[in-house]
Structure formats: structure tokens, C-alpha cells
Design a protein around this ligand. Structure first.
Ligand code: SF4
Length: 447
């Protein structure tokens, strides 16, 4: 049974030194009990106490890493049911399915589609995993496919077979990539557990219902296999979603260790309709898939899924923000226009993109608004004349241009009077409200 906050407190040094990031040992103990802190944050815990605390200190959902290097996927480690309570920690990995019965040309084109990637708000969004499925029952064919995938891609790998000999053939080729072994079931548990231990790889455990899943995961942990990923076996959206919620709730709210692992979901086995599959996948991005296996990747469905993942796994208390400063766009000179915007990343990338589209070299002043958009930061008093004027004065733009004209976003037109008072000698021009209108506006300014 997990320890209570008070029981944990009794084992801590009680010096209240604050080095763990909270002011008292009691506060740290409470965080530890709630799964919101790591024991390693306190440098003064004795070895004896560490041993006793290991149960309480273990995160309620064990973090599991699949793969190595840039495409390694860390899943699990979650501490809340709802994103607004704190944040979701580790985004799910997306996998493309490749079967060993597919034509070479199809395999090649899937490996090509695995390379799909997109730039968004300064981040590169891309999938991480290839799920290689034994469809032929031929271990040599499976091994050859694993070898081909490994040679042609830096992906993380999922080896999918119910036959431990076939899984062993795949592991022979790619154990150094630390693939996810899929899956241990009631029929092959011991053999797959041996493979996982022998190759130090994570293993997925698949059952036909949650009770069986808990039994199998308990057997695996007792056998010394701790990096588990859970598959409840449900292949309808309704049942699979219900399972995801029960697993998360049992792990977090009941501290039920047998279900305290990340999950794998397979929309590829829930429908033959690619559009429905993408919608099902989107549900599991929100609740609570760890690995999401898709039958194929297509740009029009993969891109929205990647953006959804990015949005849901962004810390809601810390919006994506761009650094405050002057941004040169298109090689501006002393006669170039000067525009102002907030430092919400999405706003910055839209505005800078539209300035680029206009082909009018410009300076873009990005004011720190704590990552809030123009309207939100204005309403919060962070993007008003009193706050903007000191930034304009100190950023150094006055030394870069001969004119003193500042173009502000149309949404804060009400600040133009205040800015002219705060910035003597500057002419304040009210620009467009929407980014899409910037190119036409800048061309007018030029003429
Ligand atoms: Fe207490 Fe350790 Fe935190 Fe110091 S670092 S306040 S000793 S829990």
C-alpha cells in the first residue's frame, strides 16, 4: 500500500532546508504522496528511508521509454486526470503499421510517409514509431522486414507478434533500438517475459479485459519485468475509451499498481475507414493513449493529429511564447516599417509569416506578454500603452530607423492615443486586425 503524506514525512530529514523546491519537508511529503514530486529532489534522504519510500515515490503511472536517440518516445509518468489540474507530461507516440505480407513497394512508400514532418510555431512535429507486424507467420520474413525498417529509418520500433520465436527473430536484429515487444498474453507470458528481460526492452501486455490485464501485469512485474505498456484488448471506440479512463483513474485515484502503466491503443484495428480511424485516434490523443498505432499515415490526417497532440500536451499555465525583441524580416533598413505584436508564439508566427508574404522588409517588435495573444494580453493589461512604451524605448528600434512610425495591431487601436502620449515624437498607426490583411496594408504603407 502507498504511504500517506504523514508517514512519508516521518522518514524525511525534517530540516526544512527547501532544496527540494518547496519550503518544508511536510510540503514535500505531501507532494510525494500525491505523485507530484520525485524522491530524488531531496538530496538528504537516508538510504534506509529511500528503501522504505520507494513505493510511495514511484510515479502512479510508470514512465516507459521506447527506442533510443532522437525518435525515442517516453510515455506514462502522468499525475493528473485532467489537463487543467496541472499538465499532461509525456505526449503519445504515433506509429505507422507495416506488415510482413505487404509488397516491397508498399513498404517503401510507408517508410517514405513515415518521414512526414511539419513546422508549427517554431517546433518540428513528426511521428516516432513504426509498428512491424508478423502477418505471415514466417519468422525469417519478419526478421527481414525488421532489418529493412531498421536500415532505412531512425524510427523507434514496435515488434508485433504472438509468437515468441518470431519476436526473438526481430529482436536479434533491432534489440539495440530498445523496441516495444508486443505482446505478452496469457498464452506466451513466460517466454515473452524472458525476451524482455534478456534484451532489456519494454513489453506490451495484452488481455481480453481489465481484470485479466491486471493479473498479467502483476505476473510480469513479479517476474522482474517492470517497463510495461497496457493493451486492454478492446477494439470498439466506446469500450476502448472506457478502458483508458478506468486505467488512468485506477492508477491515479486508487493507486492501483497493476494498472499503473502507460497504454497502447490500435485505431488501425477499430475501423477500415481512414477518416474514422483518424477521428478515433484524436479521441485517444485526448484520453489517454500512450502509443497510438495507425494503419497508415496521410498528411491530411496526420497533421491535425500532431497539432492536437502539441496543443493538449502544452502546459496550460505556460503558453508557447517567443522571446521579446526586434525581429528583422526580409532584410529591413532605416526606412522600413516597424510593426508591433505580442509574444504568443502562434501570433508571432502568423504575423511574421504574413510580413514575409508581403515582400516588404520590416521590423517586427515582439513585446513580452507572457505568451498571451494580442486581445487576451490587452484585456489583462499586459499589452497597453503603459506597458508597450517602455519596451519600445528600451528595445533600440529608434536607432535602427529614420522615421518614428509604429504600426500597432488593429485590435488595440484604443491604445494609440496613450502611446502617442507615452512615446513623444512617435506617430502611432493602427494596422489591420487580422494577420491575413498585413500584406495589403504594408503595400499601402510602402506607396
Ligand atoms: Fe526537507 Fe529534503 Fe526538502 Fe530539505 S530537500 S526541505 S530536507 S525534503
Amino acid at each position: 500500500m502507498p504511504l500517506t503524506g504523514i508517514e512519508i514525512f516521518k522518514l524525511l530529514p525534517k530540516t526544512n532546508c527547501g532544496e527540494c523546491g518547496v519550503p518544508t519537508c511536510l510540503a514535500f511529503a505531501m507532494n510525494l504522496a500525491a505523485g507530484k514530486a520525485e524522491l530524488s529532489a531531496c538530496p538528504y534522504v537516508s538510504e534506509e528511508a529511500k528503501a522504505k519510500l520507494s513505493e510511495a515515490a514511484a510515479p502512479p503511472i510508470r514512465p516507459v521509454t521506447i527506442g533510443v536517440g532522437d525518435r525515442a518516445v517516453k510515455i506514462g509518468g502522468e499525475t493528473v486526470m485532467f489537463r487543467h489540474e496541472k499538465r499532461f507530461e509525456n505526449p503519445p507516440g504515433f506509429a505507422i503499421l507495416i506488415k510482413d505480407t505487404m509488397e516491397e513497394s508498399e513498404i517503401d512508400s510507408r517508410l517514405e510517409r513515415f518521414k512526414l514532418q511539419y513546422e508549427r510555431v517554431g517546433l518540428t512535429l513528426r511521428p516516432e514509431l513504426v509498428a512491424i507486424k508478423d502477418d505471415s507467420g514466417d519468422a525469417k520474413k519478419f526478421e527481414a522486414l525488421v532489418s529493412k525498417v531498421k536500415q532505412n529509418s531512425d524510427c523507434s520500433i514496435i515488434l508485433m507478434s504472438s509468437n515468441p520465436d518470431t519476436l526473438a527473430a526481430g529482436l536479434k536484429v533491432c534489440a539495440d533500438r530498445k523496441p516495444l515487444i508486443y505482446a505478452a498474453t496469457k498464452d506466451n507470458l513466460e517466454a515473452v517475459a524472458d525476451l524482455a528481460k534478456g534484451n532489456s526492452c519494454p513489453v506490451a501486455v495484452k488481455a481480453s479485459n481489465l481484470e485479466e490485464l491486471a493479473e498479467l501485469s502483476t505476473k510480469l512485474t513479479e517476474a522482474g519485468v517492470n517497463d510495461l505498456v497496457l493493451d486492454s484488448g478492446s477494439r470498439t471506440l466506446r469500450q476502448a475509451l472506457e478502458d483508458q479512463i478506468i486505467i488512468r483513474s485506477a492508477a491515479l485515484n486508487k493507486k492501483f499498481r497493476p494498472l499503473g502503466f502507460p497504454t497502447i491503443v490500435l485505431p488501425c484495428e477499430m475501423t477500415d475507414d481512414p477518416m474514422k480511424e483518424a477521428i478515433i485516434a484524436s479521441v485517444f490523443v485526448a484520453k489517454y493513449g500512450g502509443i497510438i498505432v495507425l494503419s497508415d499515415f496521410q498528411g491530411h490526417s496526420l497533421f491535425p493529429l500532431l497539432v492536437e497532440r502539441m496543443n493538449i500536451y502544452t502546459d496550460p499555465q505556460r503558453p508557447l511564447a517567443t522571446t521579446e525583441g526586434i525581429y528583422d524580416i526580409g532584410g529591413p533598413d532605416e526606412n522600413s516599417p516597424v510593426l508591433l505584436t505580442s509574444n504568443f508564439s502562434l501570433t508571432y508566427f502568423i504575423v511574421s509569416g504574413e510580413i514575409e508574404n508581403s515582400k516588404v522588409p520590416s521590423y517586427l517588435l515582439v513585446k513580452d506578454t507572457e505568451g498571451l495573444s494580442v486581445m487576451t494580453s490587452w484585456a489583462a493589461g499586459k499589452f497597453v500603452a503603459d506597458a508597450i512604451a517602455p519596451f519600445v524605448k528600451k528595445c533600440g528600434i529608434a536607432d535602427k530607423v529614420k522615421h518614428h512610425k509604429l504600426i500597432i495591431p488593429g485590435y488595440i487601436a484604443a491604445e494609440s492615443g496613450g502611446l502617442e502620449e507615452e512615446l513623444p515624437g512617435w506617430e502611432i498607426l493602427v494596422g489591420p486586425r487580422e494577420g491575413a490583411q498585413i500584406p495589403a496594408y504594408l503595400k499601402t504603407q510602402k506607396s
